[in-house]
Design a protein around this ligand. Sequence first.
Ligand SMILES: NC(=O)CC[C@H](N)C(=O)O
Length: 359
Amino acid sequence: MKAFLILEDKTVFEGQSIGATKEVISEIVFNTSMTGYLEVLTDPSYAGQAVVMTYPLIGNYGICREDMESKRAWPDGYIVRELSRLPSNFRSEDSIENFLKEQDISGIAGIDTRALTKILREKGTMNGCITTNQSYNIDEIVEKLKRYKAGKVVEKVTCNQKSVLKAKGKKVALLDLGAKNNIAQSLNDRGCEVTIYPALTKAAEIIKANPDGIMLSNGPGDPKDCESIIQEIKELYNSNIPIFAICLGHQLMALATGGDTHKMKYGHRGGNHPVKDLSTGRVYISSQNHGYVVDVDKMPEGIANISFVNVNDKTIEGLEYLNKNIFTVQFHPEACPGPQDSSFLFDKFIKMMEVKKDA
Ligand SMILES: NC(=O)CC[C@H](N)C(=O)O
């Protein structure tokens, strides 16, 4: 069946429908990962977005469900050059085509994703519509696209009740803002007992549980839409419990301490983003997925030092809070997909909790 991708700037791509056939409107973002399509599809940070995969062949090693980063797929839409029809992998349980149908994700294949990505890179992220309706009215759709905003998405992706990954080591409270599984797993693999809390949990409840450390996760949407969560994070900041935050968590901690964020032209999404550790000069290749960034010039004096910067565009990639056991990063040390170069940050967090306990 034919499908169309219509962009806010009136560009139309014609391809074939894949997955579900319902019409979707969403923000169109591109991801440059060469593998890891299942981890991308199941990363809750993509809620409210449709993802273009720039790698030209997607689905060739099938669906290996143990690689899922959450219980389901989240993007509104999925856009590829070519979808593999013959997955080949001993771990594969299904094809990506079936998976998209099962997860009710509308997609389009057979379009020039390189041309599409160049448009998004030059004009910036914009909204788009995936439809199988051949008699669409472009002006009506473009009007809808101009008005569309995903809104509050963290509430849609967070868990609805507390759960615990048992272990004998340090006790970590993980605030699930749309957490990828490998954050809790990375801590649990290092012996931490991880209690996962829904995003709207009050800071007082977490502090009362007396954890050794608090982890703020990744998550979808505009960080400034998380007003009530930011208020709770202010209390966590003042609690003196060690905190490590990733991506949305990093942005929310900056907002909670008087900093600001803004939307980037087209964001960073992929498995090959170089970040420089300013304390050593060493560069790590990181996994990333974000459209917003902490403003470099708006961090108030005396709150935090910049610990990492992006080598490509010099944006903030990490903050080390002054006189606090708190550090945060914009990139993904939990990888999945992408390189694990920065997984040592989980060890740094554990060390921080140990030192704090001895003090
Ligand atoms: N992966 C994330 O946590 C993304 C954070 C935020 N939603 C952004 O796009 O910038």
